[in-house]
Design a protein around this ligand. Structure first.
Ligand code: NAP
Ligand code: MG
Length: 492
């Protein structure tokens, strides 16, 4: 039986899954002891003279320290981006721009293993996910937008497209490299230059991307990457010489940003929180649906804005689905993210773990029934057992508020209308899932669910060609696909 010795959850019923540890080697990654700010094509010491540590959330060990950019550092980066915009980037033939973006994608592919290891060490997600999802999808975004660079006349027929100028881009910690790709690739393809700020707890893949950008010989200043906390982000949003803010993060900070740019000419896209409904009808293939639900909420420790965190099951199959879910939970492996067998890695930070624990308490106080599989979590690092709540009231905080952890609430329903009403009864509207054998039911629900993305008989599928974004408090604007070009151009 796998024990805490190798930092893996011990499972009572798991003899069949008693895998020997299969750790990925750390040697694929070179992490510098210290990183400066990537400004104007060079790594520059911060004027603030300050650095902060980034840790591995699975071991609590320090990995490196990164510069803490202050307002003067932000200004240097914006000045570099403006100069690069005026002098080189906006005048460069679109075909040449496309070649640079393509080159970045190719080098990302070449360094994929290194990027995956760094992503997992810095953020806590299982290596299987960094390796098979985050890094290839990030590279694919660069490939996809490289293709658009010289074809904007086909994206916007009979219109002239002008870039906006300098984009200030701020991203969260749940998909660090992928979010950087979502932001940088369309901005460059449309002729904008960029200042990007990664999240405080996961700066290392963005800084490795800075090395890649240098290797690709991108003209200095076209992409600048500055690290820091919320204050750095705020200084970027409030800088007078940026033309656009692209933000992915919490609804709370999204609202602060919206207030900060009110009355300015700055354009914005805000990709915010979510509380997605995943709906199982009685005619669905139940084993497949249960697997999709597990993937929808426990994938990436539930650190997913579009996580299927509210499950609605048609009453006649409720008992069956609950049994299958509980059985499947027993087989999930929680532990060392570097182990290729691990399903659920580390929670990204101590603070986030405390936030999830707060909601586990709230759920029980609200009268819901909590279930976690048997097992022991690793002693070191930030880990949370996959959790389901039954007997949940629609108005309860655990079903209304975003928990951003491996926590699923389950409710039942009888009719289509009832579940549509329940699913839409949320301040958010980012995504949803429907499981049924009937195409007509899928069409009925996809038109009535107020969510930016609705998956049918699958969940958490992403592709650079599909747009992504929300309704209501999940923000506005779309990223990905043809739609993802629109927020970066002025159409004439
Ligand atoms: P967050 O606290 O809003 O942080 C996001 C980014 O904004 C970080 O880089 C953060 O810096 C920075 N920031 C914090 N305060 C700021 C301010 N006043 N002005 C400008 N920037 C500021 O969100 P998070 O907790 O890191 O991320 C989780 C949230 O992101 C969840 O709500 C999730 O749903 C959402 N999310 C949405 C999508 C989507 O596409 N809709 C995708 C992924 C995540 P620090 O790291 O230093 O705090
Ligand atoms: Mg970290």
């Amino acid at each position: 039986m796998a024990g805490t010795k190798n930092n893996t959850l011990k499972l009572k019923f798991d003899t069949a899954r008693d895998y020997a540890p299969a750790p990925e080697s750390k040697s694929a990654a070179t992490i510098q002891p210290r990183y400066d700010l990537f400004i104007n094509g060079k790594f520059e010491k911060p004027l603030s003279k300050k650095y902060f540590a980034t840790i591995n959330p699975a071991t609590e060990e320090k990995l490196s320290e990164v510069a803490d950019a202050n307002a003067a550092d932000v200004d240097r980066a914006v000045v570099a981006a403006r100069q690069a915009y005026n002098k080189t980037w906006k005048n460069m033939p679109a075909k040449e721009r496309g070649k640079y973006i393509f080159r970045i994608a190719r080098i990302m592919q070449e360094r994929a293993r290194e990027l995956a290891v760094i992503e997992t060490l810095d953020g806590g997600k299982p290596i299987r996910e960094s390796r098979d999802f985050d890094i290839p999808t990030a590279a694919n975004h660069f490939f996809y937008y490289a293709g658009w660079a010289d074809k904007l006349e086909y994206a916007f027929p009979n219109r002239q497209t002008n870039p906006l100028g300098v984009a200030g881009q701020i991203i969260p910690w749940n998909f660090p490299l992928l979010m950087a790709a979502w932001k940088i690739a369309p901005a460059l393809a449309t002729g904008n230059t960029v200042v990007l700020k990664p999240a405080e707890t996961t700066p290392l893949t963005a800084l490795t991307l800075a090395e890649i950008i240098r290797e690709a010989d991108l003209p200095p200043g076209v992409v600048n990457i500055i690290t820091g906390a919320g204050e750095t982000g705020s200084a970027l949003v409030n800088h007078k010489d940026i033309d656009k803010v692209a933000f992915t993060g919490s609804t709370e900070v999204g609202k602060i940003i919206q207030r900060a740019i009110a009355g300015t000419n700055k354009k914005a896209t805000l990709e915010l929180g979510g509380k997605a409904a995943n709906i199982i009808f009685d005619d669905a293939p139940l084993d497949q649906a249960v697997e999709g639900v597990i993937n929808g909420i426990f994938f990436n420790q539930g650190h997913v804005c579009c996580a299927g965190s509210r499950l609605y099951v048609q009453e006649s199959v409720y008992k069956q689905v609950l049994r299958k879910l509980k059985d499947r939970l027993e087989t999930l492996i929680v532990g060392d993210p570097m182990d290729k067998n691990t399903d659920i890695g580390a929670i990204n930070s101590k603070q986030q773990l405390a936030n999830i624990h707060k909601y586990l308490k709230i759920g029980q106080q609200e009268g819901a029934e909590m279930y976690q599989p048997s097992g022991v979590l690793p002693k070191k690092g930030f880990f949370c057992a996959p959790t389901i709540f039954t007997n949940v009231a629609q108005s309860s905080r655990i079903s209304q508020e975003e928990i951003f952890g491996p926590v699923l609430t389950i409710q039942t329903f009888r009719t289509d209308d009832e579940v549509i009403e329940k699913a839409n009864n949320s301040p958010y509207g980012l995504s949803a899932g429907v499981w049924t054998d009937k195409g007509s039911k899928i069409f009925n629900l996809t038109t009535k669910l107020r969510a930016g993305v609705v998956w049918a008989n699958t969940y958490n599928q992403f592709d650079p060609t599909s747009p992504f974004g929300g309704y209501k408090e999940s923000g506005y604007g779309r990223e990905g696909g043809l739609h993802g070009l629109t927020p970066y151009v002025n159409l004439i």
